[in-house]
Design a protein around this ligand. Sequence first.
Ligand code: AMP
Length: 533
Amino acid sequence: MAQPASFADLGITQPILAALSDMGFEEPSPIQVQTIPHMLAGRDVIGQAQTGTGKTAAFAVPALQRLDSDGPRPQVLILTPTRELALQVAEEVARIGVNLGAREAAIYGGQPIERQIRALRAGVDVVVGTPGRLLDHLRRGTLELRHLRTVILDEGDEMLDMGFIDDIEAILQAAPGERQTAIFSATVPLPILRLTQRYLRNPVHLRVTPEHLIAPSIEQSYYEVRGIDRTEALCRLIDVLGMGRAIIFCRTKRGVDELTAALQARGYPAEAIHGDMAQPQRNRALARFREGGSELLVATDVAARGLDIEGVTHVINFDIAQSPEAHVHRIGRTGRVGRSGAALTLVLPREVKQLRAIADSTGARIPRGILPSPADVAAAARDSVRRQLLEVLGEADLGECLDLARELAEASSPVMVAAAALKMVLDAGRGSARGGAGGNDSGSDGITAEPGMQRLFVNMGGRQGLRPGDIVRAISGTGGISGGEVGVIDIHDDFSFVEIPRAAADRVIAVLRRTRIGGRPVNAEVARARNGG
Ligand code: AMP
């Protein structure tokens, strides 16, 4: 199938194109290529896709583009199985809709209902929520479905497994008959099929199942990242596995820049290539990688397409590929001309399904690996020093060092002297750059942000009706940064955290302090441990 080259080819309009570019997306993923034109044309859709394929943008882009900005609201309803997914989807909606001024609300169980009632009353274009709580609002008369233009069921099979089928039917029955309905689901079991027969009209069934894909026969494994930072996981793997030359794939241009900076800050020689870089700049990075000046090349799929570099020992999927084809293209960068290579994939727990889909449709075996612990990293460092030391010993000509050793051995025992020298070498390795062993395991306290990002504390939260979109809009206001640069947004009851590029922290704090959200003045400051509580 010929794939259009760009988001613009899919019929997406400028405000959304600009937002997607800000988010660092280079080109549409396969499910987006298939889905967006149909949904823009108003068709009902069954999209067979799992987390990691870009399914959220596949439905959020057309739903947002079809908003009637003057019409009554809400116009879009998105059902998700869990609170976490509701929040993620709402965040993605906020980012994609940032230039449209679209407003969204996440509505889920476990949060005080009054707060949600206030948010809904204030008026939102897009409601994202879990079925039980949405039904609750319907019964209370606090959610109005009369003006819905689009209803989307996200992770249909999960909602089914969680016993939401009756709630979903009740909601669909309360929605207007003249509407667009789309259901996204990793699998389409019989009950989902029945649901589509009852509630969808002449749907197109889209899935990203390749005809027959053959994965190159190289060793593959995957690592589930939970509880630690992805970069930390990557560094541990690099330290322990000892790579010759590795290509590391990120989903977005922004991801490539951030990871490269984080690796360089930790002392790893890394180069970046992506579509926003000028060709000479890309060529220079490639030359340094080819000639061995750097061991790691961080790339987007687009930038790495067609690269043929000798001696790539590892391909690392820092972000999982968005389709089996993309995965096969990526891992084909190693193990070339009969040489062996290995491909490692980092996944979040929720992306394991996408990994399974990739393994199934490529006929590959992708066993799970265990992430090295800090102790493993330390042991690998000791091994490496031992090897290097034995090499130096083998060379025998120790010159002045021998005199120094004799002198020191008179003051202390030779073993103590050797141990002290080893400690110096190991500490130097750890302290400066490859700080893996001393890494951060929590990832969730108040102050830890992604590398290159700064966590800000904001003095408003859900109880004040704050939504992710409010923060994105406030920050991307005059003098701030673009919506796509905003990182994780974490809304608590009375305060929130938001991650932004470290370099922009002062500017963003100033912008936020001039802003009012919901009529209230905002205060923002760099998050400290005491903010984290
Ligand atoms: P999803 O499958 O919707 O959970 O998306 C997985 C991740 O891919 C999210 O972080 C999205 O923001 C990101 N993403 C979605 N579409 C694209 C794209 N075309 N290019 C790069 N990243 C994308």
